[in-house]
Design a protein around this ligand. Structure first.
Ligand code: GLN
Length: 222
């Protein structure tokens, strides 16, 4: 003897499926209106620092440029930009940042050179991938291509600049995007690595995924 459905109330069994598709875009708004915007560090010793910072700010995050170990304190996540991995590694060591980042347990996003630093044998070694430097793209060192993004119909434009190639990935590594069957965006635990430069296009989906991961981890830790 349940109450009859009220006309115009919509279904009581949950939101319409369309909502799922717009959830990602809504994320930016969620961060912006929430009292505690995510605090994301961008390693700022060399490379594409500004572009990452601008994208993250556009998505509502508070950005801290990290040049000293103590600036990692209180961060909800960290981005390691592309640039020259040997230069970044040298400067990190000089400032004691390599050791501090190895102790940093919140989510990390590494792009291009950042991926090299986080891969097997790299100074930060957080993702079980064997990476070969400057090895992506047979004919040209730098190129653009549409990538297949896992769980998303829309292709993602990838900008590759003397990009690292993933030669092998361990069993705990999830592939999030591919180019011609090769992994170019991967995740292991709370770390995402990209062999391309998501900060150089207007498409913010990689950073959105990263902020989603940050939000999940922040809730777990809270
Ligand atoms: N080729 C660079 C390296 O080996 C990476 C290129 C980049 O980050 N765009 O470190």
């Amino acid at each position: 003897m349940g109450a009859p459905n009220e006309p115009g109330e919509g279904s009581a069994s949950g939101p319409p499926p369309r909502r799922v598709a717009v959830r990602r875009r809504a994320l930016a708004r969620v961060w912006r209106v929430s009292e505690t915007a995510a605090r994301i560090g961008v390693l700022a010793v060399q490379g594409n620092v500004r572009e990452h910072a601008a994208t993250l700010r556009g998505l509502g995050a508070e950005v801290v440029e990290v040049r000293k170990p103590e600036q990692l304190e209180g961060l909800d996540g960290l981005v390691l930009p592309g640039g020259e991995s040997t230069a970044i590694a040298r400067l990190m060591r000089l400032y004691g940042l390599d050791e501090a980042i190895r102790r940093f347990h919140a989510p990390v996003l590494g792009t291009c050179a950042g991926m090299i630093l986080l891969g097997r044998g790299g100074p930060l070694e957080r993702v079980d991938v064997a990476v070969r430097r400057n090895a992506f793209g047979r004919q040209v060192a730098s190129f653009e291509a549409d990538l297949e993004l896992e769980g998303d119909e829309r292709p993602l434009r990838g900008v590759f600049i003397r990009a690292p190639r993933v030669e092998e990935a361990g069993p705990g590594v999830e592939v999030l995007a591919e180019l011609d069957g090769e992994p170019v965006l991967l995740r292991e635990g709370a770390t995402i690595v990209a062999s391309f430069h998501p900060e150089l296009t207007d498409d913010t989906r990689v950073h959105e995924r990263f902020l989603e991961l940050v939000r999940e981890e922040t809730h777990v830790r809270a």
